[in-house]
Design a protein around this ligand. Structure first.
Ligand SMILES: CC(=O)SCCNC(=O)CCNC(=O)[C@H](O)C(C)(C)COP(=O)(O)OP(=O)(O)OC[C@H]1O[C@@H](n2cnc3c(N)ncnc32)[C@H](O)[C@@H]1OP(=O)(O)O
Length: 416
């Protein structure tokens, strides 16, 4: 029997969902109601499966996403998720076929990039994806921070205030705050209403054992919500009756340095809390330097995060802004032919134009290296040193870095 990827029907969807669980090595526990909720949020035309007899043995889905690029504009991304091939059917090319079908449809639709969070580093480079953002998690040894436990937070001079709020308040104020973050932070992706619901316990399946976090909101002196933090705490006490509780931040959004400072110092000031785990943050997060002793924050995770695949070089490069004015000829190699070609980029801090050219190339690179350069998070000079980008003109990589690099690192706060 031929094993061909195809879109999944409504009646096949529960079996498809079971296969996703199997692929991710998780028991399948979804109730009929939970399956119906998931189905209502799934575009079956973009949900692929491979069936062997009655059994689903491969899964893949994509959905529309907006990605903030350098300068604050957004591009439409083909967000890829739920990629699995059951162990019995692996390494027969099923992922490659599902990926090819999805990327071709995304190109046809006019999506500018494709995006995903890679389970393992070696999987997606062959399809033209490259790591475009990185993430870092810290663990803070609170007694070592140098923060004075006798003082209130935020400090009286700040004028802002922190309040604990409930999930309904988070659903009300969170989306606008995220929009403000997206307008200033490249690498941020759109969140739909369901993200806010699930993050506050609405519609979370019982078997996920969700527990309500604490939500802290920071309001500036003029009453504007500039930051939100969700955290949970454990109940660890030492043998000598000392509190040794750990707070784990599940997510934190702040759009001003004052909000960032106040929320981090707040969570580090809660009585009993001796350890704070920050969750996945921007690699250049202000956090360590907001503490009197930054070494109190120890890096526990540093890893690639959002991977991109450029589908339309001119539109991708025209959407972002650049650090300086200049031009660059990029010879982009793309094994699939989706967006190969030689392009002249004429860039400036105000914007750019990009079009096919016959001029000689300044840089020769694969489309996956372009993905890593796209949000300014990788250095062309470094990629030349690694042998993965070739200079057609001496000094072209340094010129590319002057154009592409941004003042702050790219950061994607979400997983999908
Ligand atoms: C966005 C997301 O959802 S990330 C989640 C990805 N899913 C998982 O990690 C779940 C567990 N793993 C799996 O389900 C599968 O092994 C998959 C989806 C990673 C790969 O599916 P397969 O059908 O086996 O891949 P396929 O046969 O198309 O392989 C294509 C190529 O990638 C290579 N490849 C596939 N998976 C891996 C891997 N994990 N590590 C290294 N190489 C890999 C194959 O060797 C093959 O190489 P070749 O073209 O040189 O011959």
């Amino acid at each position: 029997m031929s094993l061909d990827p195809r879109s999944v029907t409504v009646s096949e969807y529960p079996e498809w969902l079971r296969a996703v669980s199997t692929g991710f090595l998780m028991p399948f526990k979804e109730s009929e109601e939970e399956i119906a909720v998931r189905l209502a949020h799934t575009d079956l035309a973009r949900t692929q499966g491979v069936f062997d007899g009655g059994r689903c043995v491969a899964t893949f889905r994509s959905f529309a996403q907006d990605l903030t690029v350098v300068g604050g504009a957004t591009v439409r991304a083909d967000a890829i998720s739920a990629v699995t091939v059951t162990a019995t059917h692996r390494r027969r090319g099923l992922l490659s076929r599902m990926m090819a079908a999805d990327l071709a449809a995304a190109k046809e639709r006019g999506d500018v990039v494709a995006s995903l969070i890679a389970a393992e580093y070696p999987i997606y480079g062959r399809y033209g994806f490259g790591p475009a953002t990185w993430t870092t998690e810290w663990e803070i040894d609170v007694p070592r921070t140098g923060l004075d436990p006798r003082r209130p937070v935020p400090s009286q001079e700040d004028g802002g205030r922190i309040d604990l709020v409930d999930g309904a308040e988070v659903r009300k104020t969170g989306p606008e705050l995220h929009e403000r973050l997206a307008a200033r932070q490249h690498g941020v992706i759109s969140r739909d209403a369901r993200w806010w619901e699930r993050s506050t316990g609405v519609g979370v399946p019982e078997h996920e054992n969700w527990t309500e976090p604490f939500y802290a909101v920071y309001r500036s002196a003029d009453g504007q919500v500039d930051g939100l933090m969700a955290y949970r705490a454990d109940t660890n006490w030492g043998d000598a009756k000392q509190p040794l509780n750990k707070a784990t931040v599940t997510w934190m959004t702040a759009v001003t340095p004052a909000a960032e400072r106040a929320l981090w110092q707040f969570v580090c000031s809660i009585d009993w809390i001796t350890t704070v785990r920050t969750g996945y943050r921007a690699t250049d997060d202000l956090l360590p330097l907001l503490l009197p002793d930054p070494r109190a924050a120890r890096i526990v995770t540093r890893a690639d995060w959002l991977w991109l695949r450029v589908l339309d070089v001119p539109r991708a490069l025209e959407a972002r802004t650049y650090g300086t004015a200049g031009s660059l000829v990029l010879d982009v190699r793309d094994g699939t032919g989706l967006t190969a070609g030689r392009f002249l980029l004429e860039a400036s801090p105000a914007g750019a134009s990009c079009a096919p050219t016959t001029r000689s190339a300044d840089l020769v690179l694969d489309v996956r290296e372009l993905a890593s350069l796209y949000l300014g998070d990788e250095s062309a000079v470094r990629l030349v040193a690694l042998g993965s980008v070739e200079e057609g003109r001496p000094g072209a990589a340094a010129s590319a870095d002057a154009l592409f690099r941004a003042g702050r690192r790219a950061w994607c706060p979400d997983i999908f």
